[in-house]
Write a protein that binds this ligand. Structure first.
Ligand code: MG
Length: 234
């Protein structure tokens, strides 16, 4: 992979790229659901979450709001997802609130093992690191507890930007906040459509992180960035 020498900014997606829920989303939903009377097992919850998450954009946003979002709309979307995944709880509102709080707690997230070393080294080489995530205001609290990520900035969160990746509006705001032109920015993330295709269409560079499968057009670990970005930033 050859990257342009013009790159001075590296923007990282958050979930699946820098941090991951621990326990898994399915395990957390199952445990909290069972406390609220759900009978569903973890495998069922995993499958239901996958389909509810995929359907949530269409189900929760009218066509004219597609690609856009806000803090209130994210709250409602997650409420809808929880109700789809755990339809058999006795207190849907209490169950949703508990899950919302669960994922706001830094204790329930892990940073991938290579992240701290890679970001520290990239910064030493002169690159500036940003975070660009489809998330809500809870992300700031999570990052604050992780020293190397707390030092990255700006941190763009879709609910605050008003657009969700892969919307062009999200990436235009990222460029503005970094005061960078497209050739100066490299986006890195685990969602091919949102993190790779979309920024490339706007003239940025992008690297697809696929932690599960060795693929020609992807990297397995953020460690590979150190090979692709050998020199110092301009
Ligand atoms: Mg991701």
């Amino acid at each position: 992979m050859v990257l342009p020498s013009s790159i001075s900014w590296i923007a990282f997606d958050a979930v699946g790229t820098l941090i991951t829920p621990q326990p898994s989303v399915a395990e957390a939903y199952t445990r909290v659901g069972q406390r609220h009377g759900s009978q569903l097992d973890c495998e069922t919850v995993r499958a239901r979450f996958r389909s509810a998450f995929a359907a949530s954009q269409t189900a929760c946003f009218p066509p004219e709001r597609r690609g856009q979002t806000s803090e209130g709309e994210e709250w409602s979307r997650w409420q809808w997802i929880v109700s789809e995944v755990l339809p058999d709880v006795q207190d849907p509102e209490g169950c949703f609130q508990e899950l919302w709080d669960h994922f706001a707690d830094p204790q329930h997230w892990a940073i991938y093992p290579e992240v701290t070393g890679v970001i520290t080294e990239l910064q030493r080489r002169g690159y500036r690191c940003a975070i660009a995530s489809n998330f809500d205001a809870r992300l700031h609290g999570l990052l604050k507890s992780l020293p190397v990520l707390a030092d990255c900035g700006p941190c763009l969160v879709s609910s605050e930007v008003g657009y969700r990746k892969p919307a062009e509006g999200f990436y235009r705001t990222l460029l503005e906040r970094c005061e960078a032109a497209p050739p100066e920015l490299l986006m890195v993330g685990d969602d091919f459509s949102a993190d790779v295709e979309a920024p490339r269409a706007l003239g940025m560079s992008a690297i697809w992180l696929n932690r599960h499968t060795l693929a020609d057009d992807a990297v397995l670990s953020l460690h590979d960035l150190l090979e692709f970005l050998p020199g110092g930033a301009r």
